[in-house]
Design a protein around this ligand. Structure first.
Ligand SMILES: Cc1cc2nc3c(=O)[nH]c(=O)nc-3n(C[C@H](O)[C@H](O)[C@H](O)COP(=O)(O)OP(=O)(O)OC[C@H]3O[C@@H](n4cnc5c(N)ncnc54)[C@H](O)[C@@H]3O)c2cc1C
Length: 252
């Protein structure tokens, strides 16, 4: 099927969700024909046009909420202290209401399949929008634990998860610096008999440690495991994509 043409959306508003997360509402007439129920899926934000052989700058973000004429996108604010923020963060912080951006997608969400005995969910702040959508979509009697790495205590968010769902927050002010953090907490949780489904999205090195754990130690196959790296320390999205593709070819 032909990929839909990117559409032009306008910045409608910006909200500071938590100290290190900013929400941009994008919408307007360009939303006409946008697929319904796309929350949890991703969009490709085109931050600069490519010209003279230079590729356009494109960054991938999750749709946190969707209304008839807008989508909300939550940006992790990174790189302000010790380096230049990437183009996505710069745009998220500098754009003014009415500014427009080309938006590709949406791509499909990766929901939690219903009917499992237990869910284990792990991710950092880049995965928090997708995790929130997924937990909010579970049936009320679903059970499990989500372990979420945040940059600051105050980056916790209210998630309308099922009552029996435990959400644990791990603070790491330096994202990407501790690939074993999520794994350490998951190990502490132990393992239960029954059907477990694991969902992980995190920094590349953290993703690899978690993939080893769930595949090799816990024997989860693809029907019980969604795992993806959302970014890689020291690489921008383009070079991360190259590493990710090579990794997928070797690790599957
Ligand atoms: C399917 C999918 C969905 C995603 N959804 C979201 C989302 O909803 N919200 C969100 O914030 N991110 C999300 N991401 C991650 C986001 O695409 C990357 O973080 C992206 O690299 C940010 O672009 P940038 O222009 O800010 O930085 P880049 O130009 O790509 O990178 C510049 C530098 O910043 C570093 N960097 C990139 N991201 C982070 C980070 N989070 N923390 C610390 N350092 C970082 C890089 O290693 C690099 O050194 C998603 C990724 C995927 C694949």
């Amino acid at each position: 099927m032909a990929r839909p043409e990117p559409r032009t959306l306008a910045l409608l508003s910006r909200t500071q969700v938590t100290p290190n997360m900013v929400r941009l509402r994008l919408g307007g007439s360009g939303m006409a024909g946008f697929p319904e129920n796309a929350a949890g899926g991703y969009v490709k934000l085109r931050l600069s046009e490519g010209e003279d052989g230079v590729k356009p700058v494109v960054r991938t973000y999750t749709i946190r909420h969707q209304t008839e004429d807008a989508i909300d996108v939550d940006f992790v604010v990174h790189g302000l202290k010790d380096e230049q923020p990437g183009p996505a963060v710069s745009w998220a912080l500098d754009a003014q209401p009415g500014d427009t951006i080309l938006v590709g997608g949406p791509g499909p969400a990766k929901p939690l399949p219903e009917g499992m005995d237990r869910y284990l969910v792990a991710g950092d702040m880049t995965a928090l929008p997708a995790i929130s959508v997924n937990l909010e979509s579970l049936p009320a009697d679903a059970r499990g634990t989500a372990v979420i790495e945040i940059q600051h205590e105050d980056d916790r968010q209210d998630i309308a998860a099922p009552e029996g769902f435990d959400i644990q927050w791990l603070v790491n002010p330096h994202p990407g610096s501790d690939p074993e953090l999520l794994l350490g907490r998951l190990r502490e949780l132990g393992w239960e008999d029954g059907e477990t489904y694991a969902w992980v999205a995190a920094e590349f090195a953290a993703m690899r440690t978690l993939r080893d754990y769930f595949r090799s130690e816990r024997g989860l196959g693809p029907d019980r495991l969604y795992i993806s790296s959302y970014w890689k320390q020291g690489e921008d999205e383009d070079s991360h994509r190259v590493v990710k593709r090579a990794d997928l070819e070797t690790a599957g």
